[in-house]
Design a protein around this ligand. Structure first.
Ligand SMILES: Nc1nc2c(c(=O)[nH]1)N[C@H]1C(S)=C(S)[C@@H](COP(=O)(O)O)O[C@H]1N2
Ligand SMILES: [Mo]
Length: 541
């Protein structure tokens, strides 16, 4: 107290910064840094954005149970499907941490700028660490986090100086200049909004105008992936879409998506190559052009995710085009004992596929480059992925695949088995009710009946029968089945029933061609896929 009164009156003192202004300056600086990082990532190395790299790292370090929980989330109101909603949530969460940190450090910078500077440096360091620790690290990836930290510190320095300027230097003797509040606020707005704009531009162009090598590469391949042996045309009654089932083929944009990739790998076809090695007679290295030059098969295949819950939607069907994985392995010559095909994605993810499944004479397993007549979409594995009918995706369907090693299950564990999931995971015989949806009200038709419909799958065995039971009593009624397309695809069912108005409960169960009926006992997806029968409550009006 005494000090204050005895201090010389001329001593310049920093203008006091309110915590609110400090917070605003820091938030604007962090936004500017974020914008700079997204934009420079888009320009230099499309998949190097530190923000997404941090999110990727969170995913990589998360316990399996948490990831599994994430996969079950969806936000239909925002158009976020399973497998996307969790990623969006994670990105929003990291954004919230950034903003909250900025508010707190900015408020703490009221007296001195150090906390705010430290926080920006810390964010930069975390981004740098995430980028460095990424399985897809390349030196140009260092640019974005460094630029971000530099821009953040630079913007903060300028705004802070402007807000705290008391140019009352003792030698000029003039009256202390007060900070120009309008200028400061304008600076904050410019930095903050500019940062948001730059981030949006970076995200928008990350795979497009600037760093869009992969997009251009994919576009250039349109029309060039022509199967030597196209898939058989679908029979007219392959689905009962008018009765409420999905269409037989799933459009690429509707195809379920599941992966651990926050940043979709952006490989061009020219950059792609794949090594086939390990327990083989002759190591192979393949280029994309070599794949294109081989006989291309087109196969209609229903893929299923092991995380699909009973009555879930992680199941879709497409025409996949590619080379026979079996032929490829025969060419390399698989040594005895190599019971596992260990495939690795360019992003480090891996799957272990039983060699015997792929080597079966009737195996339709593909090294796929096309999906429904187009090059593989980026999010479904462009330029090359694996597809093995009959196996859940996590043990077979490696997207952005760049390495195949023939090995043993004892020698090497893939991404999900390492986290407690099964090694061998054939798809279970399952069915789903599509009409009615839960608690839907069905109106009776002219004949007093309602139509129930759904799908069933037992890839590689084939569906022989689907039965439906109402209100948990009474007989299992056989449903009508759509024409079977092949043993590796789903089959649709429908049943017209006269039902009394009121509340009802429908269950269904599928029986595959081996005579096995889908299990009644519900089990969780971990470790090898959910079992149990769907049951849907609904109303008839
Ligand atoms: N690189 C990579 N490939 C992957 C995955 C992944 O996380 N990373 N997930 C697998 C899983 S669990 C499934 S179910 C399928 C889903 O393929 P889709 O997204 O094309 O439907 O991809 C498989 N391939
Ligand atoms: Mo999956």
């Amino acid at each position: 107290m005494h000090l204050a009164t005895t201090a010389p009156a001329t001593e310049p003192r920093p203008a006091p910064l309110s915590s609110r202004l400090g917070a605003a300056i820091e938030v604007a600086s962090v936004l500017a840094a974020l914008g700079a990082s997204q934009l420079s990532a888009a320009l230099v190395a499309p998949s190097s954005a530190p923000f997404q790299a941090v999110a990727d790292t969170v995913v990589r370090l998360s316990p399996a149970g948490l990831i599994e929980f994430g996969k079950t989330l969806e936000l239909p109101a925002l158009g976020l499907a399973k497998g996307v909603a969790d990623k969006a949530g994670l990105l929003v969460g990291i954004g919230a941490v950034l903003l909250l940190g900025a508010v707190l450090a900015g408020a703490a910078a009221r007296r001195r700028p150090l906390p705010a500077r430290l926080l920006i440096a810390l964010f930069g360091a975390v981004g740098l660490a995430a980028v460095l620790g990424s399985p897809v690290f390349a030196p140009p990836d260092l640019v974005a986090p460094v630029v971000a930290a530099a821009v953040g510190l630079g913007v903060f320095g300028r705004l802070y100086a402007a807000a705290t300027r008391t140019a009352a230097s003792p030698d000029t003797g003039g009256p202390p200049r007060v900070p120009d509040r309008r200028r400061v606020l304008r600076g904050i707005a410019v930095a903050g909004l500019g940062g948001i704009g730059a981030a949006a531009a970076g995200v928008a162009f990350g795979g497009g105008a600037f760093g869009g090598g992969a997009t251009r590469s994919r576009d250039a391949l349109r029309g060039r992936i022509t199967p030597t042996r196209p898939a058989l045309a679908l029979p007219p009654d392959a689905d009962f879409a008018s009765a409420g089932t999905p269409t037989f083929l799933t459009a690429n944009r509707d195809f379920y998506r599941i992966d651990t990739a926050l940043r979709i790998p952006r490989l061009t076809a020219a950059d792609w190559s794949m090594r086939v090695h390990g327990l083989v007679d002759e190591e192979l290295r393949l280029s994309y052009d070599e794949l294109l030059a081989q006989p291309l098969l087109e196969k209609t295949i229903t893929m299923t995710c092991v995380s699909n819950e009973v009555n879930g939607n992680l199941v879709s069907t497409a025409n996949f085009t590619g080379v026979s994985l079996r032929e490829l392995l025969l060419r390399a010559g698989v040594r005895p004992g190599a019971d596992q095909i260990f495939s690795t994605s360019v992003d480090g993810w891996s799957a272990g596929t039983p060699t015997d499944v792929v080597l079966r004479a009737d195996s339709d397993a593909l090294l796929a480059i096309g999906m429904n007549g187009e090059p593989l979409p980026a999010e479904h594995g462009f330029p090359v992925r694996m597809v093995v009918p009959g196996l859940y995706g996590f043990v077979s369907a490696t997207k952005w695949v760049v390495d195949l090693e023939l090995t043993t299950f004892d020698a090497k564990q893939a991404y999900w088995p390492r986290r407690g999931w099964a090694r061998r995971a054939p798809i279970k015989t399952q069915s789903r009710v599509d009409r009615p949806r839960s608690f839907e009200t069905l109106a009776r038709g002219p004949a007093g009946t309602v139509t129930l419909a759904g799908i069933a799958w037992a890839q590689q065995r084939g569906i022989d029968r689907v039965e439906v039971r109402l209100d948990e009593r009474g007989p299992w009624l056989p449903a009508r089945l759509s024409t079977q397309v092949n043993l590796s695809t789903w089959r649709m069912w429908r049943l017209d029933l006269a039902l009394a108005p009121g509340s009802h409960f429908v269950q269904c169960r599928a029986t595959d061609a081996t005579g096995a009926t889908q299990a009644a006992e519900p089990t969780s997806p971990i470790p090898d896929g959910a079992a149990g029968r769907p049951g849907i409550r609904f109303e008839v009006s």
